[in-house]
Design a protein around this ligand. Sequence first.
Ligand SMILES: NC(=O)c1ccc[n+]([C@@H]2O[C@H](COP(=O)([O-])OP(=O)(O)OC[C@H]3O[C@@H](n4cnc5c(N)ncnc54)[C@H](O)[C@@H]3O)[C@@H](O)[C@H]2O)c1
Length: 335
Amino acid sequence: MTLKVGVIGSGRAGIIHAKSYLSHVEGAKLVGMSDPDKEVRAKVSAELGVPVYETHGELLGQGIDAVAVVTPTGFHHDIVLEAAAAGVHIFCEKPMGMTVAECEDMIAATDAVGVKLQIGFMRRFDAGHRRAKELLDQGAIGDVVSVMALTHGPSIPHPWMYDLKISGGPLAEVSSHDVDIVRWFTGSDVVAIHAFAGNYRCGDAREQFPDFYDSFVLNARFASGAMGQINGAQGVRYGYDSRLEIHGTNGRIDVGSLAGNRVVVHGSDGTSTRDIVPSWRNLYHDAYIEEARAFVKAIRDDTETEVTGRDGLEAVRIVTVGNAAIATGEIQHLN
Ligand SMILES: NC(=O)c1ccc[n+]([C@@H]2O[C@H](COP(=O)([O-])OP(=O)(O)OC[C@H]3O[C@@H](n4cnc5c(N)ncnc54)[C@H](O)[C@@H]3O)[C@@H](O)[C@H]2O)c1
């Protein structure tokens, strides 16, 4: 039986998930989407050829088996609870929720009715990250000493992302991927965090959202004794830069580069130019498809999802404590 999938939220990321189910995931098909914005509904419906309902309630009423929740983060909690009550399997974009308590609710709600819950950390499905994890697990570089993760995005944030009450800031919106990946590679949870941040590039946000920061550096200590460093930024303009260094007791593994697998042109004027990765959409194109396939496989095989609600919750915990470290300038200890 083909699984009927819906997508709630038809913005940048919603369209990516919709396209995965439209043509790349065997055993599943996209049957509809939802979005409260009329113009978005008209545009996306015309582009993808599926109905785009005004409310997610209408979409949940269409007899769907699974749903991807891809709205601004502040809405994830309530929609996931409604979707669980409707008995559908749930893929929820990162960050899972705004608070740890919200994530606990979401896990309890999905557990209570026995539906799957997968969180949108698609880097775990990226070929380079998977290969690095496999090598680490084989002991290729000994024990993990530190993980350095950097993500710098080119675009100026959408206006809702300026409001830390709706978005959790760049630490949540951009770098919760790094938070999750550093947890995955250290195999351990964070026990202490220190961070600095500032708004260097988004001048239009300064007056209305004085708490908003577009760049930060965060240092973390893990229960295993390993150390983590996350460097995040939005609005850098030059391209999408996502890379990672894993330092071990016996070597180092690097993942990613700003150049990706793009070409270098050496010109007769004596200069070289290199194409760089323009967007996360390009860099992680295949990873989004693989995460959708893994979600459908977990539903079909009735197994645990590869990125669980607990993974989503732990990332939200680190983001929340990280934002407290930014606000206070003090080291924060986690129990
Ligand atoms: N995994 C990734 O790499 C990745 C990338 C981008 C965004 N995201 C996440 O996806 C989510 C959406 O981000 P985006 O960049 O697509 O935002 P966006 O602003 O481009 O789109 C959000 C859409 O949701 C709609 N919306 C608002 N309330 C809604 C509701 N109640 N029901 C249905 N739709 C609603 C808006 O009208 C808008 O069209 C965020 O949680 C974000 O963090 C993840």
